[in-house]
Design a protein. Structure first.
Length: 411
């Protein structure tokens, strides 16, 4: 028995299956690629030694072991300070200091408050003392107060003197790891062979899997810590995590500036000056939260200029130019506060500055990001694919990392 319709038909009375669905042929991703650090460190670039037309070098580098190390050399120290609560008279010749490990016999040292130069004739690293000749120059000896800074100038030898004691800085060894990153996808055979609005479901899921894998790497490159557990908690096999920029900046001697009140432009310029304290690179990358970008835009006064995006492998940058150097400003929306708890909990008021020459994307040989098809063969009527990578962040001389945190308001 047929169904009947009386009167004029409307979209509500026609058979709904007859109506064509107006759907674009592609899927629109709300967040597709949020991995600027992966790109800048070399994950979106070329192998080490390859030619690049960009402003920054490509630094992707292979590892032959999931644990990788780098030898670093710190500069010999220059500064110490008086460490005696009552201070010293102008005639005192034995001085207790914060540290004397970097000082040797024959050094001339200057009290930068009193402008007096002294000559070191002995030192005791156990007691942190130096014995000196006072007033070794045109400025007469004066009383020294506690905490007055002392600057080691140079080693000066007498005529016909034997060579000074050999005094060099020991190399330091820094260790990091490649972590195993994985993301899987799967479909039944029937679902795979069905047609969908938005394109092929298999390709859509593969794209989603790759996006999530790269985001996982990005988050680890930013905030993870270096760790190796040789008896992992799941099946007793080793598990490793890589140390990210934040860890090395906080724990590796980098400069950390915390904004505790309304942040000002003079505070920003002081922070930028500290970013160029080490090394001779005049260009640094600054990963900035949207709030910090807004702050810089407010202050720009002609100094913030948009430049061609090819400088950072397709990532749009701006340049903040100062006499100390140039910051390449990169907007990183991963730097955000948590939607839970207080509105300032998280990384929404953060900028992370680093020398791009000293940050490398490292991957275990034959283990860079790759898609493995049908990795589970258990007889089920379907497939499981997996994106997998064993990668880590190589950081050299982390003292070059500068971190600004805690920005909530600016003026």
């Amino acid at each position: 028995m047929p169904s009947y319709i009386t009167g004029r038909q409307s979209t509500g009375t026609v058979l709904q299956a007859e109506r064509k669905i107006d759907t674009p042929p592609e899927v629109f991703w709300l967040q597709k690629d949020l991995t600027p650090l992966v790109h800048i460190s070399g994950g979106g670039g070329l192998e080490v030694g390859s030619k690049s037309d960009g402003k920054l070098p490509a630094k992707k580098k292979v590892c032959v072991n999931p644990e990788f190390k780098v030898l670093e050399k710190e500069p010999r120290g220059r500064w110490t300070a008086v460490n005696y609560s009552t201070g010293y008279t102008a005639g005192a010749t034995t001085i207790i200091c914060d540290s004397v490990a970097h000082i040797q016999v024959g050094d001339i040292v200057k009290n930068v408050v009193k402008e007096e130069v002294v000559y070191v004739t002995a030192r005791d690293t156990g007691a942190n003392t130096i014995t000196v000749v006072r007033g070794f120059g045109a400025t007469a000896a004066a009383a020294w107060a506690d905490n007055e800074p002392l600057l080691r100038l140079a080693t000066q030898s007498e005529e016909n003197q034997a060579p000074p004691t050999i005094h060099k800085v020991q190399n330091r060894l820094r260790t990091n790891y490649c972590g195993i990153f994985r993301d899987t996808l799967g479909l039944s055979r029937t679902a795979q062979n069905s047609e969908y609005y938005g394109g092929k479901k298999k390709e859509e899921l593969r794209q989603e899997s790759l996006i999530e894998l790269k985001k996982n790497i990005e988050y680890a490159f930013l905030w993870s810590e270096p760790y190796e557990d040789l008896t992992g908690p799941v099946n007793g096999a080793p598990i490793r995590t890589t140390g990210g920029l934040w860890y090395w900046g906080i724990n590796g001697g980098g400069n950390v500036t915390t904004a505790t009140t309304t942040f000002t432009k003079s505070g920003w310029l002081s922070f930028v000056r500290s970013c160029f304290q080490y090394g001779d690179a005049m260009v640094r990358v600054a990963l900035c939260s949207p709030l910090v970008i807004e702050m810089l835009d407010y202050w720009k006064d002609g100094k913030l200029q948009m430049k061609p995006s090819e400088y950072l492998y397709g990532i749009k940058v701006a340049e903040w130019e100062t006499g100390n150097g140039t910051l390449l400003i990169v907007r990183d929306t991963i730097l955000q506060n948590s939607p839970y708890g207080t509105t300032t909990a998280g990384y929404g008021g953060v900028a992370i500055v680093f020398d791009p020459d000293l940050v490398q994307y490292r991957y275990l040989q034959n283990s860079d990001v790759a898609l493995y098809e049908n990795v589970v063969r258990d007889g089920t009527d379907g497939f499981t694919d997996e994106h997998i990578a064993e990668v880590g962040l190589g950081v050299i001389n982390p003292e070059n990392i500068s971190i600004l945190k805690g920005v909530t308001t600016y003026a």
